[in-house]
Design a protein around this ligand. Sequence first.
Ligand SMILES: Nc1nc2c(c(=O)[nH]1)N[C@H]1C(S)=C(S)[C@@H](COP(=O)(O)OP(=O)(O)OC[C@H]3O[C@@H](n4cnc5c(=O)[nH]c(N)nc54)[C@H](O)[C@@H]3O)O[C@H]1N2
Ligand SMILES: Nc1nc2c(c(=O)[nH]1)N[C@H]1C(S)=C(S)[C@@H](COP(=O)(O)OP(=O)(O)OC[C@H]3O[C@@H](n4cnc5c(=O)[nH]c(N)nc54)[C@H](O)[C@@H]3O)O[C@H]1N2
Ligand SMILES: [Mo]
Length: 692
Amino acid sequence: MADLAPTQRPVITVRGACPHDCPDTCALLVTVEDSVATAVRGDPDHPTTHGALCTKVSRYTERTYHPQRLLHPLKRVGAKGSGQFAQVGWDEALDDIAAKLGTIGARNPEAILPYSYAGTMGLVQGEAMAARFFHKLGASKLNRTICSAAGGAGLDAVLGGKVGMDVEQFAHSRLILIWGSNSITSNLHFWTYAQRAKRAGAKLVCIDPWRHETADKCHEHIQLRPGTDAALAYALIHELITHGWLDQDYIRRYTLGFEALRERALQWPPERAATVCGVPAEQIRQLASDYGTLRPAAIRVNYGLQRVRGGGNAVRTISSLPALIGAWRDPAGGVLLSSSNHFAVNTEALERPDLLAGRSPRMINMSTIGDDLQRPTSPEFGPRIEAIIVYNSNPMAVAPDGEAVRKGFAREELFTVVLEHFQTDTADLADYVLPATTQLEHLDVHKAYGHRYWLANNPAIDPLGEAKPNSQIFRELATRMGFTEACFAETDEQIAAQAIAADPCNGAITFKALREQGWMKLTVPEAPFAQGGFPTPSGKCEFWSGREAAAGRDPLPEVLLPYESEATAPQLAARYPLALISPPARNFLNSTFVNVPSLQASESEPLMLLHPQDAASRGIADGQMARAFNDRGSYACRVRVSPRTRPGQVVAFGIWWRKLSPGAVNVNALTHQRLTDLGAGPCFYDCLVEVS
Ligand SMILES: Nc1nc2c(c(=O)[nH]1)N[C@H]1C(S)=C(S)[C@@H](COP(=O)(O)OP(=O)(O)OC[C@H]3O[C@@H](n4cnc5c(=O)[nH]c(N)nc54)[C@H](O)[C@@H]3O)O[C@H]1N2
Ligand SMILES: Nc1nc2c(c(=O)[nH]1)N[C@H]1C(S)=C(S)[C@@H](COP(=O)(O)OP(=O)(O)OC[C@H]3O[C@@H](n4cnc5c(=O)[nH]c(N)nc54)[C@H](O)[C@@H]3O)O[C@H]1N2
Ligand SMILES: [Mo]
């Protein structure tokens, strides 16, 4: 083909899926010219993608062909963290890794820990071959809590799982509450529907501690203190009850525990919530009146508000609202946090928990990895972690309490293997770095958490350099460990085909059809809970939860204020008076894309917003470098003095790589490892600091 003129080279279009941890899971069309991917576009025919990609993923080829892509296995040759690596062959790397895991595993396989999250959301390159491998080994399990555990548990208590509205229906809502979400940044394709509704006359209300670009475009912005959402939601319930804005018929037929909820809510008049939330009572009254009277009324709640101590209960309280007004009767009414459990996935087939063969290894919470890597062997904890295999995650940048995480990974004798595209902060502390393929180079199948389509990802190009798919790396490790079960020989196609469970919700969807068509929609009713039918034990919307009671927790949603706030920790607040939140940057996806030159240029550098009052009282001018600090650490970055944040509140955008930040620390130097009320998730936005 080399002798063809460029215009004669074959150009093909390959159907793919965006792999990133985002509600939108877009359908991609990849242009491949002469075996090189030259462009990635959104599929114009896929309803939720509608031909549009975010800036990040439209740069996917820039990321894939980045000059710093890892193309060969690397072995550490200097002291841990010295950054000295030597290129080695795959055989040498895998033989050595298998030997080390074999030795540790023979003593106690629970000393081995997989550490992974959603670098790719693909079901094949995520927890399929990898999970089989660790199950067979009997390694410690990982509790994957870092993103959505609290909110997931909150939804589960009330609705019975991660279920809710169809995002496409928001176009027809008359009132939309955008609650704890900067949708234009983190859920762009939902925003399209919200805009359509707005053009048709809907009212949009944003509930968020800082005034971001999405708040600017809403009719109202309720700028509450972080971690106070349950109080606000209770005040709304109070108003719905006292004004009689209730759908009594829906409540009687399809809900559980209204009387108990009523009694609790009557303790939350708007004035009380106003004091807790730091917003005018009148604004709460107006919101309640809108919610009580406009139909259909929809809530888009996102994970931003559950990264605080009371995050699980905040989601419980908010997701109780639609049933009170019968909003679920209409396809364009209800609440959407995640659509994940509308999909039936054959997890048993993918992950093969039967390979545990009766063993039940201990579980390590990924959100406390800093402390857990430093723990010695003890009866309560079990064996010291001797080996950690990291894939699809960058814990050195994203896990809370960065200094603890660094100390943990810096242990000279900890055996660390990192499967990656780039030399991340975590890869810097590895013993082996293994080059992984990107979405353009491997096969996968995807569900979504913000819409209702299955998607297939076809490989568009050959792997770059010596990179291999995660699945293949674990397949080859399994062979070296002597694992002979047939599942370890399955191809990626075979794995993908098993992912789609035989279930009415999946209709006639097969992986074969998906590969050809790119995407297919679930056969879930437009208004799934118009007549109850919630996946709870009672089949009703459970304001009062028997399962919560059985777990020894409050059977009703409760208002739990942050660990770190003036109300709950006045002495700490005297030293560190500013509440820090660290929401996503528009041009990054967590710590992914931070090293892509065009996107890094758009974000320019690590930034924090400080309110003019707080800046003035500290003598800090716009554009100066400042230091945010607390007992856990210190983070230096550029200050924007801006009325977009509240007085007493700092907004620092995430998640920069440490080594691309001043002083080689990022915002997680400041966050702590305490866990949420439900789901044992992290509390990234429950954090006090001082700035100087
Ligand atoms: N561009 C971009 N998109 C992303 C991501 C990214 O990093 N960059 N991350 C992806 C990931 S991992 C996820 S989980 C999803 C969802 O990602 P999320 O991080 O949930 O993103 P948002 O929905 O924007 O939610 C953050 C918003 O919550 C607000 N917030 C913080 N604390 C509180 C609070 O206590 N109460 C209320 N009401 N609001 C609060 C913040 O100010 C911010 O505006 O998005 C994904 N999309
Ligand atoms: N302070 C603060 N911290 C936060 C948050 C916050 O809002 N504030 N958000 C939290 C949330 S919601 C989340 S979800 C976590 C995210 O935490 P992570 O899931 O760790 O997400 P990323 O930082 O994007 O890192 C994913 C890594 O996986 C790699 N990767 C991608 N695809 C593949 C693949 O196919 N194979 C292999 N081997 N590697 C791959 C990427 O190169 C990238 O380095 O961060 C959390 N941390
Ligand atoms: Mo997340």
